[in-house]
Design a protein around this ligand. Structure first.
Ligand code: THU
Length: 163
């Protein structure tokens, strides 16, 4: 039996001013997207901003539904919209901002497992890492260099057989 450690580097920024200009802008776009979330059931608002290689920034936010499972997370709305509007254009970075309406979220809310899986598909397809930046409404900003960092041992199309 062998054991191995899987670890990754998380960058922690205390304020947005510590970020690069590009990351500050992307985070502020995610905050705008967050404020437009449709989340009357959870009152938890999430916004995602996707920067594409062609310079376009695409927004997504969570879209809820009275039939709860029919809703979708902000991150998937954003990457699916990017894939629909700009097919094949690689993703350079994603910023996420999340906060409850009931209580200001101060801890960075990382993307859920389903969103990680959806995003890593694009990372594998474009063969280059997608940095992910995430923050609550206030407080520190976390940044990981790649979705693979926070989804180790990911499932991919390589398991499906004919690749
Ligand atoms: N949500 C997201 O938009 N992204 C995540 O990564 C986690 C959760 C949304 C789904 C739902 O509308 C609300 O937050 C509460 O779970």
């Amino acid at each position: 039996m062998k054991k191995t450690q899987i670890s990754f580097e998380l960058s922690i920024f205390e304020t947005p001013e510590e970020l690069s200009q590009n990351d500050q802008k992307l985070l502020s776009e995610a905050e705008t997207a967050r404020d437009n979330a449709y989340s009357p059931y959870s009152n938890f608002q999430v916004g995602a901003a996707v920067l594409l290689e062609n310079g376009e920034i695409v927004h997504g936010n969570n879209q809820e539904n009275a039939s709860y499972p029919s809703g979708l997370c902000a991150e998937r709305v954003a990457v699916f919209y990017a894939g629909a509007k700009f097919p094949g254009v690689p993703i350079k970075a994603i910023a996420i901002s999340a906060s409850s309406k009931k209580d200001v979220t101060k801890t960075p809310a990382a993307p859920c497992g389903n969103c990680r899986q959806a995003i890593i598909e694009y990372e594998q397809k474009q063969k280059s890492p997608i940095p992910i930046l995430f923050r609550g409404k206030v407080g520190p900003i976390y940044k990981c260099a790649s979705m693979a960092d926070i989804l180790p041992l990911a499932f991919s199309s390589s398991f499906l057989g004919d690749s």
